[in-house]
Write a protein that binds this ligand. Structure first.
Ligand code: ADE
Length: 213
């Protein structure tokens, strides 16, 4: 979202910006590390497209993805951070052919584990407000407003891009971590204060990104 990318661009030193089919790619450094900052857009196809472009063209060697998510676990409140232990496509459903919910048929892919080193480093970050914890993120091309409709996958939070990024990175052996700020309880009652608080929340995820870099 705008508030998030603005904060990221301020945290980095941007040297140039290029356009790829409407995606703005910002090139620069962050604490001396070369970075490319961009936004995925909404949904799995856009996320996979831009991710593959970054891999093919710029040979990125690590990926940090951040954004908002709906809470499934009852202990998660708006403003809390979930860092991805693993991710699954909650809308991958080939149960009609006997495959488990979330499993990608005819492959071994089901739950996509994030990079352990990045996960551990991120989990050490101390936030002044809001909690930060590891969790399982479910991804689908739907904004979830009724948790009851989700398959039983042990999810902590839901988003619309994370597992697409995770899948592209896993297939190509690129370490990744997804950081999600809880914006709502996935029950249709999106927090009315969320947009007001977004810059504040974005600062929490930037603290984690900074520690990782
Ligand atoms: N991102 C933020 N809230 C979400 C929700 N309820 N469902 C899917 N993605 C989300």
């Amino acid at each position: 979202m705008d508030q998030e990318i603005v904060a990221l661009l301020e945290a980095a030193s941007i040297e140039k910006t290029e356009n790829w089919h409407g995606w703005e790619l910002h090139f620069g450094t962050w604490s001396g590390v070369s970075v490319i900052i961009t936004r995925s857009g909404v949904g799995k196809v856009f996320a996979a497209m831009i991710m593959q472009h970054l891999v093919d063209t710029y040979l990125v060697d690590r990926v940090i993805f951040s954004g908002v998510a709906g809470a499934i676990a009852t202990d998660l409140e708006p403003g809390d951070l979930v860092i991805s232990e693993d991710l699954v496509h909650h809308d991958m459903d080939v149960t009609g052919l006997g495959f488990a919910p979330g499993r990608i048929p005819f492959t071994d892919y089901h739950f996509f584990a994030a990079d352990q080193t990045m996960l551990e480093r991120a989990s050490e970050v101390l936030l002044e407000k809001g909690k930060l914890r590891k969790g399982r993120i479910g991804t689908g091309d739907q904004f979830i407003t009724e948790k009851g409709k989700l398959p039983e996958l042990g999810l902590d939070a839901v988003d619309m891009e994370g597992c697409a990024v995770a899948q592209v990175c896993t297939v190509q052996k690129i370490p990744f971590l997804i950081i999600r700020i809880i914006s709502d309880r996935a029950d249709g009652s999106a927090d009315k204060d969320f947009l007001t608080n977004l810059s504040l929340y974005a600062a929490r995820s930037i603290k984690v990104i900074d520690a990782l870099i």
